[in-house]
Design a protein around this ligand. Structure first.
Ligand code: FAD
Length: 317
């Protein structure tokens, strides 16, 4: 029997959806108890709900939003709890935080580290697991044989399964050992947009085919209608038609939504590298030979300025 620890991230006093996926991943591995580490304040009802996803126990390091701003400190706390809990498999949803801490924790607890995992293990004895490589252009299968394993998960590696009424989780408060903090909190500014691009279930993205920033209303209307985040190709953000945090691709944000809608984007390999783990891709392009159609599940050949408003009206209706 393994002991699985999910390192959860929080946002506005709740556990992030990507971390809920990681808990479900741990449960669906079917290798042992699933425990969760939470660094921060989470409302009690949200903590108790974690049992519905398969968590048995929560280690909670309560702190204010402003306490820890230091990657070293996070890594120290995670290593401390892994040792305290005796965890042999550690799961983290891929994020800018876990990109920075996973390697540090692996060194501290002498674990092997596998990043960018895209689905449940192909086998569990030994664990063979598929990961995305070359900035999303290929996949490889690796075998994990070490005593301790740290696995970071791409979004949508498993579906969230909730069994309501599973009872309360056990909550254990942990006093964090945080020597030598070198970075302290100064201020926080939220990026524009209600839905964060890397975590969005639906992304509506526009390319140079939209001709200019003044035409982005059709992209925003469709995104608003679908509850989607907006993205764009690199030249669009280079031209300052859209903010840089919306740039999707090899050199921008990598997304894994349930649905990616590409409007007036040609489908260059560098753009595809950021979207090819999307579950479903819809391409709207007036050129039937646009390379994006080869990567698409659905395609509409047509002028975006005619197609997109009609699509938005049809969805609204
Ligand atoms: P274009 O290639 O100009 O394509 C516009 C598309 O819109 C065409 O397919 C056209 O048929 C279509 N269109 C035109 N008018 C309409 C209309 N009215 N209705 C519908 N369709 C229409 N790019 C990224 O996106 N992300 C990256 O991370 C990235 N990284 C890069 C890294 C490197 C090192 C390099 C060299 C390049 C990188 N690029 C990246 C750039 C990439 O190679 C392409 O140049 C870029 O993706 C093209 O953007 P686009 O599809 O918006 O524009």
């Amino acid at each position: 029997m393994s002991k699985i620890l999910v390192v959860a991230e929080i946002e506005e006093q709740d556990v992030k959806k990507s971390s809920i996926e990681a808990i479900c991943y741990g449960k669906q591995m079917n290798l042992g108890d699933v425990e969760v580490l939470i660094i921060g304040q989470v409302a009690a009802e949200h903590l108790n709900r974690l049992s519905n996803y398969g968590a048995q126990k929560v280690y909670q390091v309560a702190h204010n939003d402003t306490d820890y701003r230091d990657i070293q400190t996070y890594a120290n706390i995670i290593a401390q709890v892994i040792n305290q809990a005796g965890s042999d498999i550690v799961l983290m949803a891929k994020s800018s935080l876990t990109d920075a801490v996973a390697g540090r924790v692996a060194i501290k607890v002498e674990a092997e580290l596998v990043t960018n995992v895209v689905e449940l293990p192909l086998s569990t004895d030994p664990i063979k697991i598929k990961r995305s490589i070359y900035t999303g252009k290929a996949f490889e299968v690796v075998e994990l044989t070490g005593a301790k394993k740290i696995i970071t998960l791409r979004k949508s590696a498993v579906s969230i399964v909730e069994n309501s009424g599973a009872g309360d989780v056990t909550i254990e408060a942990v006093e964090a050992n945080t020597p030598d903090q070198k970075v302290s909190f100064v201020s926080k500014e939220k990026a524009e947009g209600d839905i964060l691009l890397p975590e969005a279930d639906i992304v509506v993205s526009g390319g140079r085919g939209l001709k200019g920033p003044e035409n982005w209303g059709i992209v925003e209307d469709l995104a608003k209608t679908l509850g989607a985040a907006t993205g764009c190709s690199k030249p669009v953000s280079d031209e300052n038609w859209r903010p840089h945090h919306e740039h999707v691709g090899q050199t921008g944000v990598k997304v894994s939504p349930d649905l990616y809608i590409a409007i007036g984007i040609s489908g260059a390999i560098q753009h595809l590298a950021g979207v090819n783990s999307s579950k479903t891709i819809l391409v709207i392009n007036k050129d039937p030979e646009a390379p994006f159609f080869k990567a698409a599940d659905y395609g509409i050949v047509g002028d975006a300025f005619e197609v997109v408003p009609k699509l938005t009206s049809a969805i609204q209706a």
